[in-house]
Design a protein around this ligand. Structure first.
Ligand code: TRH
Length: 370
């Protein structure tokens, strides 16, 4: 199958994070010939070393990458399948070409745990110009498009999690100094922190300082800028700032941590595959719509109530509940229950067909009916 994937980088890295992962997996696991159109190559280069932010055209991981500029090359005509990520509207001239060839047209939606997703997943939308666009919703049940998960992930994760030595050498390569690695060997809890500026990270640092177990806190440069101050108190976490690392290495960071604070969409899914306790900061939206989406996911996440309370507090910083909630969620019995729940969450979700597999089957079926 030959496909075009269009990705417009709204902000942060999630849009390109999801599209790049999908493109690679359709090419590698399903043998698709993928042409990925990306408007912001600078953001792309942030998560994929080797991407040339100034190149109009380049190849990487078996994917043909086109810089989506204001004047797309008219020679690049629509292929069998056009995947528009997050309703990013392909170029008008390209859509004109689609009217002639009538490709399978998919709108890949944002991930949500809400129940209505199941009733909308896969629905067609007939346009006045005769083109039909189908809506493809990622999700957490068999009645949705599923979650992006490449084959072989569990084995790779289990191999790293089984070896303290492999984890040390990976973390060292990511920029964690040896004295910080020694804390892990002395039993410190490793926490990774990837959050939006609104997250109550100072309150989290307070709770970790009060915890009897020392903490190694790994945070990307620029995330939670107040942490340096918050981590100066006695007993406070040992903070290590990491550079932005390539997407595959970001996965490994999550696999090495005991607890992952993640955000948005892609790191949220990747933390599930780490099979470790996770706290999700959902992308904030107006009128607290994001809290409804958060509750829909919490209803599915099998962690103990103490973990749910921490996740709610983390997403409602004005509540001031994060410090107390973190202390409760990290108490020995609650922590052990959360660890077991994290393994269950990975096992139950990875038992479902993955998004790339579902999308490939969905498009092949539609292509036959063209
Ligand atoms: O960056 P995000 O906040 O992206 C968000 C979400 O995708 C959200 O749904 C969308 O509406 C908004 O953008 C516009 O969070 P997310 O989704 O986790 O994407 C971050 C990507 O960056 C993810 O693929 C992991 C990757 N990453 C690295 O590759 N290296 C790193 O060092 C870090 C910190 C992240």
């Amino acid at each position: 199958m030959q496909a075009d994937i269009f990705c417009r980088v709204v902000d942060n890295y999630g849009d390109i994070g999801v599209c790049w992962r999908l493109a690679r997996q359709l090419a590698r696991d399903h043998g698709w010939d993928i042409r990925l159109w990306v408007d912001d190559l600078a953001s792309f280069a942030h998560i994929q070393p080797g991407i040339d932010a100034s190149a109009p055209r380049q190849q990487a991981a078996g994917v043909d990458i086109v810089h989506w500029s204001d004047a797309p090359d008219p020679a690049l005509t629509p292929r069998d399948v056009v995947i528009e990520a997050f309703a990013c509207d392909p170029p008008a001239a390209f859509v004109d070409g689609m009217r002639r060839s009538h490709p399978v047209w998919i709108n890949l939606e944002y991930l949500s745990a809400e129940a209505w997703v199941e009733s909308c997943h896969g629905l067609p939308s007939q346009r006045p110009d005769g083109l039909v666009k189908h809506f493809f919703f990622p999700g957490f049940t068999a009645a949705t498009g599923g979650l992006l998960r490449e084959s072989g992930l569990s084995a790779e994760r289990d191999a790293l999690q089984a070896s303290a030595g492999l984890q040390d050498s990976f973390l060292r390569s990511a920029g964690v100094p040896d004295d910080a690695l020694a804390l892990r060997r002395d039993g410190a809890r490793t926490v990774s922190l990837f959050c939006y500026p609104s997250a109550p990270a100072g309150e989290l640092a307070q709770a970790l300082a009060a915890d009897s177990r020392p903490t190694l806190l790994l945070a990307p440069q620029g995330v939670a800028p107040g942490l340096e101050t918050a981590c100066q108190a006695p007993g406070a976490p040992r903070l290590v700032r990491l550079p932005f690392i390539a997407q595959p290495d970001f996965d490994r960071l999550l696999w090495c941590a005991d607890l992952n604070f993640v955000r948005g969409e892609d790191s949220f899914v990747r933390a599930a595959w780490a099979a470790r306790p996770l706290v999700w900061q959902i992308y904030p939206q107006e009128e607290n719509i994001h809290l409804e989406k958060l509750d829909a996911w919490l209803a599915r996440y099998p962690a103990p109530e103490s973990a749910h309370a921490l996740i709610r507090a983390w997403n409602q910083p004005e509540s001031g509940d994060t410090s107390a909630a973190a202390t409760a969620a990290l108490a020995p019995d609650a922590w052990l229950a959360w660890i077991a729940a994290a393994r269950l969450w990975d096992a139950s979700q990875s038992a479902l067909p993955g998004l790339a597999e579902n999308l490939a089957a969905f498009c092949a079926d539609l292509a036959k009916k063209r």
